[in-house]
Each structure stands twice: as structure tokens, then as C-alpha cells.
Design a protein around this ligand. Sequence first.
Ligand code: IPE
Ligand code: IPE
Ligand code: MG
Length: 254
Amino acid sequence: MAIFSSSTQQVPETAAVPRHVAIIMDGNGRWAKKRLLPRVAGHVKGVELVREAVRACLERGIGFLTLFAFSSENWRRPQEEVTLLMQLFVRALEQEVEKLGRNGVRLRVIGELSRFGSQLQELIRRAEEQTAGNSRLVLTIAANYGGRWDIMQAINRLAQSAPEKLGAWSEADLEPFLAMNFAPEPDLFIRTGGEERISNFLLWQLAYTEFYFTPTLWPDFDTGEFDKAIASYQKRERRFGRTSEQLTEIIPDA
Ligand code: IPE
Ligand code: IPE
Ligand code: MG
């Protein structure tokens, strides 16, 4: 059973502060290049901005923050950069988890983790376990994640669990098997770095999410920039298929 309602099955409740923000943190390499630094310097700086984004969510009462850290296609990068990204991930887990725990943050990692080294897999497992009792903010890191991978792994697991219903599966049957089954669908999607594409991020879950694209590179995406995205979100009219008139209709007293 899904804990949260699906935007295509029923109109979800919305609030001024988004409940779930999902971010493609893009532009680290270009940030470094502009400063004549190696690309990895951009990734190092990027980790600092992750801390800032987490703090901003805690202060603003946002319950879910989901960050795209490494896509299923990022293995195509030069081996050296992939290795450095993995090292940064390991270091961040070693250094940050305790502090996350103290701040009431629950850490989750989604993606095909079996492709990572055993040390990293073990660190992920421990970090999730250590923070499992927290609920103030759920911080989800998408690592070796791809939206198509997610949908396929869910279909394959559903096929194993309910073969008798083959040919008659519903959205509601699939949803419990998706990687983000523990969270409401994102209200706000942010992509930094100027590209306006999804790059195989949360394909299923973004069905009715509001999109915000900014040319600001991720290492420059500070709290002020974060608040601009929230302000933009607050101006949107989320209709979920209905007309604008339906949203402003005054329901007469019975
Ligand atoms: C995003 O920054 C971080 C990862 C994909 C890990 P990029 O490394 O894609 O930076 P640009 O897009 O080359 O500037
Ligand atoms: C998307 O950024 C993935 C992450 C930020 C982790 P990319 O930089 O890999 O995306 P493309 O290749 O420009 O679409
Ligand atoms: Mg990029």
C-alpha cells in the first residue's frame, strides 16, 4: 500500500511550502572551469552547497529533499572523474552522517547500488540504519539512479509478486515498488546549470511537479537562490488537470 496519494489517481493537497523538493545539481564542472580549476574542485564545492540546501530545508519546514548525485549515465565520464566522485561520496558519508542524525535528518539512497564498491555499499547501509529513526527531513541521494531503471526494476518486482494479475496491473500496483515509495511526489523540481532537461531523473514521480530551471551553477546555488525557486513555486497555479475556474470556485453554503 502506498502511504502517499498519487497525483494521477486523486488531486493531492498542496501547501505554500513545498513538501518535497527534488534537485538536479548541475554545473559543477563549468563552475570549476571558469576558475581554471580541475572539475573535481567544482564537485568539492558542490558538497558544501548540499549542506546549505539541507539547512535551508530544515529551516523552512520542507520534509523531503531529493538530490541527483550520480546518474546511471554518468559512468560514461572519464574514469578519473568517476573515481573522484565515488571518493567524495565516501568522504561525505564518513563525515556528515553524524551531523545529519543530530539534526533530525533521515538519509536514504536510491539507485542501483550493486554497481558500487563494497566499502561504499556498506557505508550507505550504515548511514541509512543510523538515521532511520529521524523524520524531520528525509534527505534522499539518487546515486547510480535512472528513471527508466527505476520503472523497470519496479515492473520486474511486481511481475514476481503478482504474476496472476499480468496484463491487468494498475498504477497503484506498481507504485509500492518504485524507489521513492516512501515519499510524496515532488512538488518542486529544480535544475541548476542552465540545461532544461530531466536527464533520466525521476520520470514517473515528476508527473505533476512544478519545474524551475536556473542558469545559476550548483556551487553558486545558495540559500538566496533556493528562496527564489520557492518564490517562483508559490506563484504557480497547480491545476492537476482541472480548469482555473474550478480552483477559485466558491462552494455555496448548504
Ligand atoms: C553535476 O555537475 C554533478 C554531477 C553530474 C556529478 P557536472 O559535473 O555535470 O557539471 P557540468 O555540467 O559539466 O558543468
Ligand atoms: C545530470 O547531470 C545528473 C546529475 C546532476 C547527477 P548531467 O550533467 O550528467 O546531465 P547531462 O549529461 O548534461 O544531461
Ligand atoms: Mg552537467
